[in-house]
Design a protein around this ligand. Structure first.
Ligand SMILES: Nc1ncnc2c1ncn2[C@@H]1O[C@H](COP(=O)(O)OP(=O)(O)OP(=O)(O)O)[C@@H](O)[C@H]1O
Ligand SMILES: [Mg+2]
Length: 509
């Protein structure tokens, strides 16, 4: 465009064509009508808005562009204006509804001005289509409404707060979980929910939030209005303003008190079950116990008899020899005692105790326990124990139970085969684990059992309870480890389990 209207002296025909160019290129719809409503000017933007060409509209009554009730009222309105000069919308813009050629309607913003030209009264309307704006607003409103519904209907407490800890929103679940109505807590400090000894933790959280980092599924304690402790799993995300500055936090708290109670009940049941299964193993062991103890006890007898004989046959007092024999007797007595203690520890009901242990030693002891009470042993045990493995933090009796369960399963599986070989190996795996692998040369795991191995009461044995492997899994997992069957074996069955190395494992080694 070479010229502008301001400051340009122009002839009438020049200004006419300038006016036309302006109207034609205007983004907004521009309509000019006379005082009877007949359309004088109708620009290209209007053609797009209403779907009528200017030829169809020029000279027509403006009301063809209006739906009811405007359509019916407009003539009356103009007459009123002509007679009384009363202006209702002139000079003020407002939102109205337009009607397209196909009779569909759309929201529009209309500003109307009036002017006089050569004695004729003219009205100029400028029209802006509001369809898109309205749709955006509606979708915002819809999203907000959906969000509000989600927050209200959530079973988790959803709370927002400023970085100073002032509560700014509090949903229905929060009322339920913490006992406070939203009116009681909004504007108050979140600290009413935090047990005194956990304030340092909250301060750490706030530091983390200031740095823009959230917290996920953090299990901790909060206080109910009645003073009782609620166990919650917290997820907290920073809330940022438009510039990305953290101004607060939204917190989702899930009440896990019930879940924790259920877990404790399950753990208790499992430990009861583990104990029952050890007792039942003890039943099977007891007959062999006599046999095991017989050997050292007989030896003790022999040593003591020999001592007696030695003392009787030698004149003088052969203290050294007598001492040696009596030492031997004492040693055997200790051995007998150790066997009994081992068994007693194994079946005793006790609290879980963890200490750093050498898994190789635990395995050697487990083999002794695993074979106690097994008739017709004839099983070749092959050990490949890595002497370098670090110590692991375990409950020794529980891990012995895992080993004896696996060993007994292996021995039981091999009863009907000729080649009976049990191989056990230990190794350090993936850096952070110690892995134990046990294989046998029995018939292997049948496909029906394989998919349900670790479910309780799955057994193919007449006298089996089907809980051996369930217990193995619960013990290994309670130690932060994992147990699994080795599926790609051609002969026999195999199981591996791994236990994590903890801080101190290497130091303790
Ligand atoms: N080494 C193995 N070889 C073949 N099958 C096995 C082996 N170990 C386990 N199984 C199969 O898995 C089933 C479940 O084993 P699990 O130790 O849980 O129970 P169980 O030995 O039957 O009874 P128990 O409660 O006395 O241990 C067994 O009945 C058996 O069918
Ligand atoms: Mg078993």
């Amino acid at each position: 465009m070479g010229r502008t209207t301001s400051g340009v002296k122009s002839t009438k025909s020049e200004s006419d064509s300038l006016f036309r160019a302006l109207i034609a290129t205007a983004v907004d719809g521009i309509i000019v009508i006379d005082s009877h409503g007949a359309v004088q000017v109708y620009n290209a933007a209007c053609e797009r808005l209403f779907g009528y060409s200017s030829r169809e509209v020029i000279g027509q009554n403006i009301k063809i562009l209006m739906p009811e009730p405007y359509h019916g009222e407009h003539d009356e309105y103009l007459r009123n204006f002509r007679e009384s000069g009363e202006r209702r919308i002139i000079g003020i813009g407002r939102e109205v509804v337009g009607r397209r050629k196909d009779h569909s309607t759309f929201p529009m913003y209309l500003s109307v001005g009036e002017s006089e030209l050569e004695g004729r009264h003219l009205f100029v309307g400028i029209i802006r289509d509001l369809t898109e704006l309205k749709a955006q607003a509606a979708s915002h409103e819809g999203a907000n409404r959906l969000l509000a519904q989600l927050v209200a209907s959530s079973d988790d407490a959803i709370i927002s707060k400023t970085l100073d800890g002032i509560i700014t929103s509090w949903n229905r679940a929060a009322e339920h979980i913490f006992g406070y109505a939203s009116s009681e807590v909004i504007g108050k400090s979140i600290s009413i929910l935090i047990p005194l000894d956990l304030w340092p933790e909250e301060e750490r959280f706030i530091e983390q939030l200031r740095a823009g980092r959230g917290i996920e599924h953090y299990e901790t304690e909060r206080l109910h209005k009645d003073g009782s402790v609620v166990l919650v799993s917290l997820s907290v995300s920073p809330i940022c303003d438009a510039k990305g500055v953290v101004i607060g936090a939204s917190k989702i708290a899930r009440d896990i008190t019930e879940k924790k109670r259920a877990e404790a009940r399950t753990n208790m049941l499992l430990s009861e079950l583990a104990h029952a299964s050890r007792l039942s193993a003890m039943g099977q062991m007891s007959s062999a116990l006599a046999h095991e103890l017989n050997q050292p006890l007989t030896a003790i007898m022999n040593y003591i008899k020999a001592t007696k004989r030695t003392l009787a046959s030698i004149t003088g007092f052969p203290t050294a020899r007598a001492n040696e024999l009596i030492e031997n007797a004492a040693h055997e007595t200790l051995r007998a005692g150790a066997i009994i203690k081992n068994l007693r520890d194994f079946v005793e009901k006790r609290e879980s105790k963890r200490a750093f242990e050498n898994l190789n030693k635990v395995i050697e002891e487990s083999i002794r326990l695993g074979f106690v009470g097994v008739d017709d042993v004839n099983v070749n045990v092959r050990l490949e124990l890595d002497p370098e493995i670090p110590l692991v933090l375990i409950d020794k009796i529980q891990i012995q139970q895992v080993m004896t369960n696996l060993i007994r399963n292996g021995i039981e599986a091999m009863q009907l085969v000729d080649r009976r070989e049990l191989s056990i190996s230990t190794t350090r795996a993936d850096g952070d684990f110690v892995q134990v692998t046990m294989t046998d040369t029995g018939p292997g795991l049948s496909p029906e059992v394989l998919s349900r191995l670790f479910q309780p009461f799955i057994t193919t044995k007449e006298k089996g309870m089907g809980i051996g492997l369930t217990i193995c899994q619960s013990i290994v997992e309670a130690h932060g480890g994992r147990i699994w069957p080795i599926e790609e074996r051609t002969v026999g069955a195999g199981f591996s389990f791994r236990l994590p190395l903890t801080e101190g494992s290497d130091l303790a080694a």
